[in-house]
Design a binder for this molecule. Sequence first.
Ligand code: HEC
Length: 252
Amino acid sequence: MKRRRRCSRRASRRSNLICGWLLSTKALSPVHCRTIPQPPSGGAPFFGKLRHTPGCHSAATTGAQGMKRILMLAALGLMAASCASEQAQSPDPAFVQEAAQLADTYQANLQAELSAAIKQVGPVGAIGVCQSAAPAIAADLSSKGDLAVSRIARRNRNPDNAVPADLDALYQQLEREPLRAGKPHVVTATIGNREVFMRALPMKDQPCSQCHGASIAPEVKAAIATSYPNDRATGFTAGDLRGAMLVTRPVR
Ligand code: HEC
């Protein structure tokens, strides 16, 4: 898999400063630095390196002279150094591949369980099935190696599925853009001592709306309220970000 350069937020801030300066000198072209989204004010610090945000590209001189030129070369050196150090900390492509497969397996197993339950016991009964099956399948799949899979959501049904504070900035990427080129948006990062894979779970009309939609049958609503008194997972329409698949692994 092709590895792309990317910048840590800390490094990217520095690079953005450098880029801004370079652009203002008009001596170098092309220089692009995309801004990496900042965490919410007051939120937890984000130490990750967003995989799909290539931060730095090389630049070519076009005739700057003397001191200006030396300063520019120094700036370029800094940019190159920050990009190189990030590359070492980006998630292992093998992890990303394994994580995608694990997320697929979890999603497929859960969906199979859910549709079977809806057929057999209807949506009211399926709520109980989902309540026990979802964490059980995740625990089973996570016990097989050092990859752990789960589902998370900001507007969650089960508070155990809340978005961890240190992953909030990553989750915000999915909130802004649940689909990318028509597919669930994937973001990956190395955060602290964990490699992280997060994939959007976009809301679908069927079967999701029966239990997460805007107009839910009264008996289903009642069953949800009994099992999940603090439910925040209704009122979604197709295409909304319902939640995300999360796969993590300790950095090896
Ligand atoms: C039969 C009702 C039902 C249907 C249909 C259903 N869900 Fe859920 N969903 C639940 C329940 C119950 C939970 C809480 C499970 C738990 O306790 O972990 C849940 C939890 C989730 C979560 C985990 C985050 C949270 O809110 O706790 C996501 C993400 C999710 N559902 C997405 C979907 C999507 C996408 C669909 C459609 C493909 C769907 N659900 C269809 C009942 C349903």
